[in-house]
Design a protein around this ligand. Structure first.
Ligand SMILES: *Cc1c(COP(=O)(O)O)cnc(C)c1O
Length: 359
């Protein structure tokens, strides 16, 4: 038998893309080997949609160290906070930002405070912030109110804000666009992404543009953003005071990077539309049950969006669509178990088990 060699070195996004990032020799790199996530070819979805000569890929960000793309921005934000001598960081979060901030802060001994909307955060994310040792504070209000509070608290500079209004977050997150171009050899024709606070769509558009400028790609994708119908301020053109959706990661009524999102949409010739919770649930099940990819509900919003556009023949043939699956399915066990297909429980008796198998 011939022995096979496996590369053991896996580096994080700062090391990998340092020439595109605002770091210096003095920046301590606080990394958990984030990034380098797989671009998974969709098998069932194009068949289901009858799309011929269109390839769909899932950029599965749920495989980052804390289970969401937030780690790309957080490695930058925390590294820069350390460089500036910060002692503590704070964020408002629908869950994943707090999980990521807590992990990276714990890695370098920073104190971490997180404000989350009471009852509207997926259980897995809450557990993460808590277990990584962040001081977790629940707000009897929504994300937008929590963000306003942490902006006020951090205004005097004593505690560093690590929400995506921190520009280093966007800088780190743009690395996902670099990876996609590195994998495909050029930018895809379309890029679909869920939109909450709108930092990520802003970051991808920045990344695609910087890579093109550097000669790493020849083209730019049309950016396709999707909000949940009960939480679609950009689609409606005005803030939503009481946003509601099962996709808690995008339950945001007044996105901080609103302008970045509409710029990405308009400059790329793309669109930002809404999808219903019903469509999100269907897409969520589809990618898990038919593609073997378990992502969280907010991620499924982008899949639902692609399904919606495909049904009205939006996509041109001989093109590629990349869908960012922003977070891991295990984050939200309550939604995962909220469908009517129940798990059966029987006596430890072969005939009973066979009955279930044959039913
Ligand atoms: C944060 C987050 C989003 C929304 O990203 P924005 O940058 O706020 O638009 C979507 N999905 C998941 C899983 C997230 O954690």
């Amino acid at each position: 038998m011939t022995s096979r060699k496996f590369a053991v070195k896996k580096i994080g996004i700062i090391e990998r893309y340092q020439e595109f990032l605002p770091i210096t020799e003095r920046t301590p790199i606080i990394s958990l080997n984030e990034g380098n996530t797989p671009l998974i070819l969709a098998e069932a979805l194009p068949v289901e949609l009858g799309l011929k000569n269109i390839r769909i890929y899932y950029k599965f960000e749920g495989l980052n160290p804390t289970g969401s793309f937030k780690d790309r921005g957080m490695t930058m934000a925390i590294s820069k906070a350390m460089e500036s001598g910060a002692k503590a960081v704070i964020c408002a979060s629908t869950g994943n930002t707090s999980a990521s901030a807590a992990a990276y802060a714990s890695r370098c001994g920073l104190k971490c405070f997180v404000l989350i909307p009471e009852g509207k955060i997926a259980k897995g994310k809450l557990i993460q912030a808590y277990r990584y040792g962040a001081k977790t504070i629940m707000i009897k209000g929504n994300f937008d109110q929590a963000l306003k509070l942490v902006q006020e608290i951090s205004a005097d500079g004593k505690i560093t804000l690590v929400n995506s209004v921190n520009p280093f977050r966007i800088e780190g997150q743009k690395s996902a666009a670099f990876e996609i171009v590195d994998d495909l050899g050029d930018a895809p024709e379309y890029h679909a992404i869920p939109v909450g606070n709108a930092g990520n769509i802003t970051a991808y558009w920045k990344g695609y543009n910087e890579y093109k400028k550097a000669g790493r790609s020849d083209t730019l994708p049309k950016m396709l953003g999707f909000q949940a119908a009960g939480s679609a301020p950009i689609v409606e053109g005005k803030p939503v005071p009481n946003p509601e959706t099962i996709a808690t990661a995008i339950r945001i009524g007044n996105p901080a990077s609103w302008k970045g999102a509409t710029n990405a949409r308009d400059e790329s010739g793309g669109l930002i539309e809404a999808v219903t919770d019903e469509d999100i649930r269907k897409a969520y099940r589809f990618i898990a049950e038919r593609e073997g990819v378990f992502a969280e509900p907010a991620s499924a919003a982008a899949v639902a969006g692609v399904i919606k556009l495909a049904k009205r023949n939006y996509f041109e043939s001989n093109t590629r669509i990349v869908i960012t699956l922003t977070g891991a399915g295990l984050k939200d066990p309550d939604i995962a178990m909220s469908f009517d297909d129940k798990i059966e429980c029987v006596e430890p008796d072969i005939s009973k088990v066979k009955e279930v198998i044959q039913s």
